[in-house]
Design a protein around this ligand. Structure first.
Ligand SMILES: CCCCC/C=C/C(=O)SCCNC(=O)CCNC(=O)[C@H](O)C(C)(C)COP(=O)(O)OP(=O)(O)OC[C@H]1O[C@@H](n2cnc3c(N)ncnc32)[C@H](O)[C@@H]1OP(=O)(O)O
Length: 282
């Protein structure tokens, strides 16, 4: 075999190493770049990465796995080239089995805390629509790079949802208060230009690999920092944002469950789900 061929094969081998997250599911995939030590965490739940219980548990386990294996950073992206994430799986909220709903909401709270407080640098390569909790996943990260042609935002008020405090906080941790407030009240989904203008995203990329490279460059900007000092400083900076959820997770859970179980919420959701389904049949 030619030396140049061997070199190319070595390069291919070096590029990425898949690591499992111990539960054997493919709902998320983790690959670590052997050279940079950065992990790419890919959401992989067809058709639109809606977050059901299993995806939330899997995602949380993958985030923890990435921290345990000493990766230098985490890039969150999607295997779907049109949708980063369509947010919560609305079927989990519709006429729910109460035990499953409790497990689901707990998994959502836990996953958000894990991502928001992750000790490694985090960046989102947003290669598709990032709707509602899809946007929350992106804003939990420290940096956001997005591809043109897609929407990002929390449009909950448009279909009658009041968002829980940690979702508000996620928006407020990135946007100035008056912009976050107006966008939430309008149920606004931002185009890429609008998102860039208000700094909801940090950069625009012309393709998924460009987005990953830009995220990796951001993560590389911490190369000269001491990882524990960086992690603790991040935790302190974000301490106030997570206070409510850390101090009283069960109280927060109870409040959300009460709201989800109201006839008002359930009726609104029924109409919205029917619209969503009829749209997808068009
Ligand atoms: C307690 C209060 C909670 C308040 C906070 C709320 C947080 C949330 O995250 S709620 C979720 C909000 N998300 C949405 O409203 C997104 C709705 N989806 C879309 O707008 C679109 O699907 C899309 C832009 C994300 C993608 O469009 P497209 O590629 O055209 O795909 P389809 O619309 O045809 O969808 C395919 C398939 O998936 C179903 N689906 C889409 N989103 C969800 C979802 N969030 N939950 C459950 N199912 C979803 C859609 O109905 C289609 O299903 P089939 O008809 O069975 O093919």
């Amino acid at each position: 075999m030619l030396r140049s061929q061997t070199k190319l094969m070595d390069l291919g081998r070096r590029l990425c190493r898949s690591i499992g997250n111990n539960n054997g599911s493919n709902l998320t995939m983790v690959e670590v770049d052997d050279k940079t030590g950065i992990a790419t965490l890919t959401l992989n739940k067809p058709p639109v990465n809606s977050c059901n219980l299993e995806l939330l548990l899997d995602l949380n386990e993958s985030i923890k796995q990435i921290e345990r294996n000493g990766s230098r950073g985490l890039i969150l992206t999607s295997s779907n080239d049109k949708v980063f994430s369509s947010g919560l799986d609305l079927n989990e909220l519709h006429q729910p089995n109460q035990d499953r709903l409790i497990a689901f909401w707990r998994a959502l709270q836990d996953m958000w805390l894990s991502l928001f407080l992750s000790r490694v640098p985090t960046a989102a390569a947003i290669n598709g629509h990032a709707i509602a909790v899809g946007c929350v996943l992106a804003t939990a990260c420290e940096y956001r790079v997005m591809l043109p042609g897609f929407s990002i935002g929390i449009h909950a008020t448009k279909f009658g949802y009041v968002v829980p405090p940690f979702i508000l906080i996620s928006y407020l941790s990135v946007l100035p208060r008056y912009i976050a407030e107006r966008a939430l009240l309008q149920g606004k989904l931002f185009s890429i230009d609008e998102a860039l203008h208000v700094n909801l995203i940090d950069e625009v990329a012309d393709g998924k690999s460009d987005a990953i490279i830009k995220c990796a460059k951001f993560i590389g900007s911490f190369a000269k920092t001491q990882p524990d000092a960086r992690a603790l400083t991040k935790r302190q900076t974000r301490a106030q944002d997570v206070q409510l959820l850390i101090k009283d997770p069960e109280g927060q859970l109870r409040e959300s469950l009460e709201y989800i179980n109201t006839p008002f919420f359930q009726q609104g959701l029924e109409v919205y789900l029917a619209k969503l389904k009829s749209k997808s049949k068009e």
